[in-house]
Design a protein. Structure first.
Length: 518
């Protein structure tokens, strides 16, 4: 009898947990899991910084360009203003040779900053991973920076185990078992062009089979280390892309990659219908999600009308494109961007919206966000125990209901300002109340079933205050915190003003004079 009761209790707890995370659909939206921050539900993305940002983005030292840390203030400026324009996903060029310049020696700092700041504003991140380190391409270190034109970065690795090891480290760091910031992985860039992918032995015949091995190894690591992670083929150029893709789809036996690919990607800047149709024809009977990871329109200026942009996106939708990334965020010879011409990028200056900024926002996010939460506790400069309680007022919602809140606590400053690049606490606080209906025993045998279902509900306006206490202690020190509302479509609203606080040692509050710079 005791054993039966234990089994029943365990099952009730298990079932309650399952019900708690039960998704509910509304108005055709994807499922909403109240236990997790909703992902952005937008097809509008952007290649924010271009292919060479890792060595051209402003740093503490302007020359050599790789010296010093990134200008985090300018990075936050870029991402925050892009978020304001309606960008909800970002494609980030990720050079393997920059991240692992020597075998097993990694420099993650720049990617950590970019991915975290994108996450702060609720942007999905898609790394575009390419360019081989010299030690992997040649089997020896030639001591040439991979930004040098003589660098063998377009060569495949001599040993695919090196690529597998890198992908495993990359996915473990940023996938679901790490920072949980990346779940789509683009493998290389324009592998149909020799400047990006070149097999010296026989490029005409070997480039495609060698790329298939690269894809297979990447998929192995994604499948093993990021549940539900998806693999994107490297963006095919609108030059040789269809031919390359047709040959790739025709590979058989141990080179067949069709089961490894989740999304096929294309780059297109002109004659959009013909070029998309050519790529689709190259797929044959194979069906994949189709993304355009570099999109623009040669000949357009920053004064391109909203109707022109709307027509372009309508064209993409008719052709079956489900996600696109504008290339680039600033105006170049490729076409207009949401910022004024920023070249040369390494010159430190703020990102200034162009005339195209409003056009893009009108297309991508003509909605109202929620207001910023009004924080109540802790009071500024409070001296607190290691697990303080955070309290804020529920703000007015925007066009979509509030699903929860993004609470961030950080102890780092950049040039005297917190940018939350390495938050000690980055918490999701659900706003919904879960209503459980009674369970019933079936046949007296310890089997339970729900009488009904569970629905996450938006909190009523009569409960204006939200309380949150972290599950872990904060270490003693000075911290800065802020909170933003997140709606059911994954849009992060504006943050509350940053407040400082001090965590004391031990569980008791100690009242001593404290002077904290805001």
């Amino acid at each position: 009898m005791l054993m039966r009761f234990r089994i029943s209790l365990f099952f009730i707890i298990f079932l309650a947990g399952a019900l708690f995370s039960c998704p509910v659909r509304a108005d055709g939206d994807p499922p909403l899991d109240p236990l997790h921050q909703p992902l952005p539900r937008s097809s509008y993305g952007m290649d924010l910084m271009g292919p060479g940002w890792q060595w051209t983005f402003p740093r503490e030292e302007a020359w050599p360009r790789l010296d010093g840390a990134l200008r985090v203030d300018l990075l936050d400026d870029l991402v925050r203003k892009s978020w304001g324009a309606g960008v909800r996903s970002v494609r980030v060029s990720t050079w393997w040779c920059m991240v692992e310049p020597e075998r097993d020696s990694y420099d993650w700092e720049a990617l950590d900053d970019v991915f975290q700041i994108a996450s702060n504003y609720g942007l999905s991140v898609i790394p575009e991973i390419y360019y081989t380190p010299d030690w992997a391409a040649l089997g020896t270190d030639v001591a040439i920076q991979c930004v040098d034109k003589a660098y063998p970065r377009n060569l495949p690795p001599q040993n695919m185990d090196d690529w597998s090891d890198f992908m495993a480290d990359m996915v473990n760091r940023y996938g679901i078992h790490g920072k949980d910031q990346v779940h789509e992985w683009e493998i290389w860039n324009e592998p149909d062009l020799w400047e990006f992918w070149y097999t010296p032995s026989d490029p005409v015949n070997d480039n495609v089979p060698m790329y298939s091995r690269l894809v297979q190894r990447a998929k192995e690591q994604i499948a093993a280390n990021d549940v539900n992670g998806r693999l994107l083929l490297g963006g095919m150029s609108d030059i040789n892309g269809p031919e390359f893709l047709q040959r790739l789809m025709a590979l058989e036996g141990d080179l067949d990659v069709r089961d490894d690919v989740d999304i096929v990607t294309l780059h297109v800047f002109s004659d959009h219908i013909r070029k998309i149709s050519s790529l689709k024809a190259a797929l044959g009977d194979n069906e994949f999600d189709l993304w355009v990871t570099e999109l623009n329109y040669w000949g357009w200026t920053e004064d391109a009308s909203p109707q022109m942009l709307s027509d372009l996106y309508a064209l993409l939708a008719r052709e079956g494109v489900t996600q696109s990334f504008w290339f680039k965020s600033w105006t170049t010879d490729w076409g207009p961007g949401i910022f004024l011409d920023q070249d040369p990028l390494w010159v430190p200056k703020p990102f200034t919206p162009s005339a195209f900024y409003r056009t893009f926002k009108q297309q991508t996010f003509p909605h109202a966000l929620s207001g910023p939460p009004v924080v109540q506790e802790p009071a500024p400069n409070s001296l607190l125990a290691p697990r303080p309680e955070f309290v804020w007022e529920r703000p007015d919602p925007g066009d979509f209901p509030i699903a929860g809140y993004k609470l961030q606590v950080d102890d780092s400053l950049y040039r005297g300002t917190p940018y939350f690049t390495s938050p000690e606490l980055d918490a999701w606080v659900p706003a919904g109340e879960l209503h459980f209906l009674p369970l019933q025993m079936i046949g007296g045998r310890g089997v339970v079933a729900p009488f009904g279902t569970v629905s996450p509900q938006a909190p009523p306006p009569t409960t204006p205050l939200v309380h949150y206490q972290p599950q872990k202690n904060l270490s003693p020190g000075v911290y800065y915190w802020r909170v933003a509302a997140v709606d059911v479509r994954g849009n992060v609203g504006p943050y509350s003003p940053v407040r400082p606080l001090v965590i004391s040692a031990g569980d008791e509050r100690v009242f001593l004079p404290a002077q904290i710079q805001p």
